[in-house]
Design a protein around this ligand. Sequence first.
Ligand SMILES: [Zn+2]
Length: 167
Amino acid sequence: MPRRVRDMLMAPKAPLFGPNVGALAFLSRQAPCAVVGSRAMSSVPFLNTPEALRQLANQPHTPCQCSLQHCAGWESVSEASWPAQQMQHVATLRDPDVYEPTFEEQHSNGTRYDSADAPVALKFFPYNRCDVYACGKCQQHALRYTEFGGYYVDPRARRLAAELITD
Ligand SMILES: [Zn+2]
């Protein structure tokens, strides 16, 4: 770590007595900004057409032996069970210009949120807030987003199937 950054992180020094209320308020204000900032600076491309996503999904791959093979539809995949060491973040479906993407879902053929054959509808929930990952072992792609409840976060993942991608 560069020394200048480390010095910035070390300051301000907390006093040895009593809670440093000022520092705590400072940290709680800064933390969310840091997250937003790092996301905005993400270098992966934003895919906004079905064709672009289909191109990724159609890349040659082998039958999936990784832990995502059961995620034909959306499944909860905790941080602990997500195979992070072999998943590469390759793209995002989140439009950087849209602050709050719609929560509306698209199911023109009577599918449900977690159906294995639900369409991958780019402009609809939850695809409009997904990141795209590639498995380093089988070269298949997976979509991922985080479901936010009142008191919990629930990371969800779904294997990407080219034939289900729609606008
Ligand atoms: Zn795999």
